[in-house]
Design a protein around this ligand. Structure first.
Ligand code: NAD
Ligand code: ZN
Length: 361
């Protein structure tokens, strides 16, 4: 039949620049509805940070909600936050503003969706299950790499699966990109989340779904990553700005294609062991030379250059049940495998091949 092309929503408003976070008050002001608060969902790592907290423009009954990023977002956690907001306030909030990394941005998107849609967050894991427009939501990343600031998904771990809420209502209404917010990121985490972006590009550029749209964004992000992590000749300040834009472009690239093997396998690790996304991708990608050749060689160079530790032997002590679950979760991500290996992926990536790969990690 006729091909069906995705009609892709984009973030309609974005501010970029060092110090642009200071404009938050004037940016959200026109969105305020009488009696309806703004809720700021903030990574609890900033609890003591004057730089971040003091600049939050609290007025009337606005609220700051600190959320930990120690564990990745869960559907149950979203339901609880939404329940609490509904019992605390008589009015649906004017807006939800997320300040943090991919975890906090995803919580923000999911909460804004669940405030206007009935049922539980787990009911919406999948594609295009959301029927009603979300509450106005703003994303302010404080670490660069996931692309969550531009993406059409919010990745959640639910009772039976780790899967995003992919919908036209998921993307932010407004994003504020202030590279200075990433100043305090610890080096290892900077690297892991930065590599999430690098891996988005590699998987998109080497996938069978590649097209000129994805390629143009993917190549730009890939080059920016090389400037930052391989050539390493620019100042820290330039790196912050460029990595923020690499994350953005990497997210745009996969929006119109897909990720691949590292992501599928990393989801398996995350589901069974709770391994976080950035580090999980690194653990997997480190062993994917057969599939992503030169880029894995380059990755290993970057690991060495920045003296990063990639955990080893993470799957050595898995029970048979755990290993099977990990394989089930990974193989369940059909579009990722199809993108990586083509229509015949099932004959290439058998359970045995996958198990052998996991055992190397
Ligand atoms: P994160 O949000 O989990 O944060 C990682 C760590 O860095 C946390 O300890 C956090 O407190 C800390 N941190 C963040 N900003 C900081 C700062 N400025 N100073 C000091 N510490 C800081 O990390 P992440 O890698 O950005 O996000 C991972 C999450 O993103 C996963 O849950 C993953 O599923 C999700 N993700 C979503 C998408 C999407 O399109 N929605 C894409 C990729 C990944
Ligand atoms: Zn990713």
């Amino acid at each position: 039949g006729k091909p069906v092309f995705k009609n892709f929503p984009m973030v309609p408003k974005v501010v970029f620049g060092k110090g642009s976070y200071e404009q938050l008050a004037e940016i959200i002001k026109p969105q305020r509805k009488s009696k309806a608060p703004f809720v700021f969902i903030v990574d609890d790592v900033f609890k003591e940070s004057n730089e971040v907290i003091d600049k939050i423009p609290l007025n009337f009954n606005d609220k700051i909600l600190y959320v930990s990023a120690d564990e990745e977002p869960k559907t149950k956690q979203i339901d609880e936050i939404v329940q609490n907001l509904k019992s605390e306030f008589n009015y649906t909030p004017s807006g939800i503003i997320g300040i943090g990394g991919g975890s906090i941005l995803d919580v923000t998107k999911a909460v804004s969706i669940m405030l206007t849609n009935p049922g539980n967050a787990r009911d919406y894991q999948g594609w295009d299950l959301v029927k009603k427009k979300a509450v106005y939501h703003v994303g302010i990343p404080t670490i660069s790499g996931t692309g969550s600031e531009v993406s059409r998904t919010t990745v959640l771990t639910g009772p039976t699966k780790k899967l995003g809420i992919n919908s036209d209502f998921t993307p932010f209404d407004q994003v504020i990109l202030d590279p200075d917010l990433t100043i305090g990121v610890p080096k290892d985490q900077w690297f892991y989340t930065g590599m999430d972006c690098f891996i988005h590009c590699v998987e998109s550029l080497n996938g069978t779904f590649l097209n000129a749209f994805s390629e143009s964004y993917g190549e730009k992000a890939y080059d920016l990553c090389k400037e930052i992590f391989v050539e390493n000749k620019i100042s820290e300040e330039e790196k912050r700005g460029k990595l923020m834009m690499a994350s953005w472009h990497g997210g745009m690239s996969i929006a119109y294609s897909q990720v691949g093997i590292a992501h599928a396998m990393s989801y398996g690790l995350s589901y069974v062991l709770g391994t976080k996304h950035g580090i999980g991708n690194c653990i997997v990608f480190n062993q994917l030379e057969k599939y992503y050749g030169e880029d894995v060689v380059l990755f290993k160079e970057m690991v060495e250059r920045f003296d990063i530790t990639i955990p080893k032997n993470v799957c050595g002590n898995l029970s048979e049940i755990q290993m099977n679950t990990m394989i089930d979760v990974a193989l369940g991500l059909v579009p990722l495998w199809e993108n990586a290996l083509g229509k015949d992926w099932e004959s290439i990536m058998t359970r045995d091949v996958l198990k052998a790969l996991y055992l190397k990690m």
